[in-house]
Design a protein around this ligand. Structure first.
Ligand code: GLP
Length: 232
């Protein structure tokens, strides 16, 4: 585990961008995360692309999760978030972008995302955020290490924080995340401090899905001082 503790959100983004830039040339399959944490990183990646410093052409992407049963056009939709903050600004081919299907039949959606992951995986570089309750994607506390794509009920704490349009989500499982060759997790702000310390110092188990990441041999964790403030 490589742990970087930066002064603030801006310098943490700079560090994450640096790690991303160094790896992107060899990446064929890129795992993407949503959330406020990634707004500034996606903005810097978009800028890099528009200045032709990097290119995402030819890369296949997989997003981690989406609220289930919602319209893609919904203001809460993760796809819409990705379009606004990344997809519309970079040279990815739209045909290479994969998202779990949030609006169709549940069993078909799950099966087809797992099939796509089997055919294209493993993911070379997976970007990750962390929930205040230690969730990774929407693998909420209680999720097993060998979970795959599925529809889940969101936890009380996630509902309270995200105020989602649906209490269910479709999420990539921990197996596919842990099988990724490289993980880049980013967390900033005081409200992430508890979850971060449980991920780094706590007992490994389903109670804190992020704790499973400690078994990964190629994980970069980029934090600001606030998010790192409870690490022992
Ligand atoms: C969301 C997503 C996660 C994300 C996390 C943090 O609920 N399912 O994939 O990492 O919560 O989001 P934020 O960066 O907005 O705090």
């Amino acid at each position: 585990m490589k742990l970087y503790i930066e002064e603030n959100q801006d310098t943490a983004t700079g560090r994450a961008l640096d790690i991303f830039r160094k790896r992107i040339e060899t990446v064929k399959v890129l795992g993407l995360a949503t959330g406020n944490t990634f707004v500034s990183l996606y903005s810097r990646i978009s800028e890099d692309c528009s200045k032709k410093r990097i290119s995402l052409k030819g890369i296949t992407t997989f997003n981690l999760d989406e609220y289930f049963g919602i319209d893609e056009a919904s203001e809460y939709s993760f796809r819409r978030f990705m379009e606004e903050h990344l997809f519309n600004n970079v040279d990815l081919d739209p045909a290479d972008i994969n998202f779990p299907d949030s609006s169709g039949d549940r069993a078909i959606a799950v099966k087809s995302y797992n099939k796509l992951l089997d055919e294209n995986g493993p993911i070379d570089l997976q970007l990750l955020g962390i929930g205040v309750n230690g969730h990774i994607a929407f693998n909420e506390p209680g999720s097993s290490m060998d979970s795959r794509t599925r529809v889940v009920e969101l936890s009380e704490s996630t509902i309270k924080r995200n105020k989602p349009p649906s209490n269910r989500a479709i999420t990539m499982g921990l197996t596919d995340i842990l099988n990724s060759r490289t993980l880049l997790l980013m967390a900033t702000g005081k409200d992430k401090a508890q979850a971060v310390s449980e991920m780094v110092n706590g007992e490994v188990g389903a109670w804190c899905p992020a704790s499973y990441l400690r078994s990964h041999t190629e994980i970069y964790i980029v934090l600001d001082r606030d998010a790192a403030s409870l690490i022992r």
